[in-house]
Design a protein around this ligand. Structure first.
Ligand SMILES: NC(=O)c1ccc[n+]([C@@H]2O[C@H](COP(=O)([O-])OP(=O)(O)OC[C@H]3O[C@@H](n4cnc5c(N)ncnc54)[C@H](O)[C@@H]3O)[C@@H](O)[C@H]2O)c1
Ligand SMILES: O=C(O)CC[C@@H](O)C(=O)O
Length: 389
């Protein structure tokens, strides 16, 4: 029985998908795998037997990816599984920033006892008037699963979308509506956009990407939306730009003492992925990734190891080896197995940074002493023998 420790509330559809050979455990030290959403694992000491962590979501800035790789722990995320939920909330943000919907609702509630409410509303409503999205220009920073969905939907709202993503993947590019303009310079993109929405991952290279200088280059009266992460925006610079009126509205999904206190900010409590559908999609994808890795050794959607897939194990045994990405490892494995009279039926290998992963299919059984000696070969972090059922 494999043991899975959940560090956050994970949708039941996902934990059910783990199946009969898995049980949930409260004891981290017993876990073969972790399922997590936004809980920070940076200070967590992982047990020696931990094989994998599945992030039911997109952002992995809460997980120490390099330390996990070094400890032989494969980290997965669930790309695209919550993109529609975030896209829909971005549109709610665009509308909340353009029409004073909240002010209007509060006015009605405050005047609930007025018997002439309908009549007085017709007079009061001019203070809540706003602008339409149609005909406006929307700058999208990052055209991955969420950014592309936002840009495509914007064109259907009659907006002109312009995207910036120097690392755009080919599959993401195929998904883009052909009316979306392409910008190769961020300063020029922000200079003529009425709305700017951020959809890049939180990484060292994106920290404070939206800084005082970029904000000063934005069109006066622009609206900025941040459904990515707060570290991407210099929020003190944003607070100053809002206070002086250069930026009309900042819509953010990341509450903290700085954003919660900003003038003209709309601050949500990290609701982007909080829909039943997204929570289920993420949890199910995370469970399937964990099962394929634990039961077949295959790696799909890892953020710290390359993709390796030999399909389901059909017969014999499969060796799953996590090792350093140094010269001669594959030669060492094949020579060692050959010296012990073991034939390799099939093999796949992928390296990423300083670590690599190798899957080797063997027709029969590999004796335990051969495995023990392979495990002691220099550079091997972890070796698992997966048996066909
Ligand atoms: N608010 C929420 O609840 C919520 C939910 C999901 C995701 N997110 C955040 O949104 C981020 C994006 O999610 P996604 O699913 O679209 O991820 P994704 O990986 O599909 O897309 C990210 C895109 O950003 C691009 N990119 C990376 N660095 C860039 C740079 N310097 N300039 C421009 N583009 C750059 C990449 O090429 C990629 O296309 C996540 O990393 C996460 O932090 C937030
Ligand atoms: O799990 C959540 O609720 C938020 C997830 C979101 O921030 C993500 O990066 O996918």
């Amino acid at each position: 029985m494999y043991k899975v420790h959940c560090m956050n509330n994970i949708a039941k559809a996902g934990t059910d998908r783990l199946g009969a050979n898995y049980e949930l455990t409260d004891a981290l030290e017993d876990a073969d795998a972790i399922m997590v959403r936004s809980a920070s694992l940076h200070e967590t000491q992982f047990p020696k037997g931990l094989l994998a962590i599945a992030r039911a979501g997109a952002g992995v800035n809460n997980i120490p990816l390099d330390r996990c790789a070094d400890e032989g722990i494969v980290v997965f995320n669930t790309p695209g599984a919550n993109a529609n939920a975030v896209k829909e909330l971005v549109f709610a943000g665009l509308l909340l920033a353009s029409r004073d919907i909240v002010g209007g609702i509060e006015w009605v509630r405050a005047n609930a006892d007025d018997p002439d409410l309908a009549k007085h509303a017709e007079k009061a409503k001019k203070q809540f008037a706003g602008h339409e999205l149609a005909g406006k220009r929307l700058g999208v920073i990052g055209l991955g699963a969420i950014g592309a969905a936002v840009a495509n939907t914007a064109t259907r709202f009659g907006m002109q979308a312009v995207g910036y993503d120097p690392y755009l993947s080919v599959s993401a590019a195929w998904n883009l509506d052909r009316r979306i303009e392409h910008a190769d310079d961020l300063s020029r993109l922000v200079a003529d956009c009425d709305y700017i929405t951020i959809h890049v991952p939180a990484m060292d290279s994106t920290k404070n990407m939206v800084n005082a200088e970029l904000i000063s280059q934005m069109k006066p009266g622009a609206v900025v939306l941040n459904f990515a992460r707060n570290t991407i925006v210099d929020e003190r610079a944003m607070a100053a730009a809002l206070a002086e009126g250069h930026i009309a509205r900042y819509v953010t999904d990341f509450p903290n003492p700085v954003s919660a206190d900003m003038k003209n900010a709309i601050v949500l409590p990290h609701l982007g992925a909080s829909t039943t559908e997204a929570e289920e999609n993420c949890a199910v994808m995370a469970a399937e990734e964990l099962r394929d890795f634990i039961e077949n050794g295959n790696i799909t959607h890892s953020v710290n190891f390359g993709a390796v897939d030999l399909g389901p194990i059909a017969s014999g045994e499969r060796l799953a080896i996590i090792h350093q990405n140094v010269q001669g490892m594959i030669g060492k494995f094949s020579q060692y197995l050959a010296d012990n009279g073991i034939n390799i039926e099939n093999m796949a290998n992928k390296s990423r940074g300083s670590m690599a992963y190798t899957l080797i299919d063997i027709a029969g059984e590999v004796p335990a002493d051969v495995i023990d000696r392979l495990a002691q070969a220099g550079g091997v972090r972890r070796i698992r023998v997966i048996r066909s059922k």
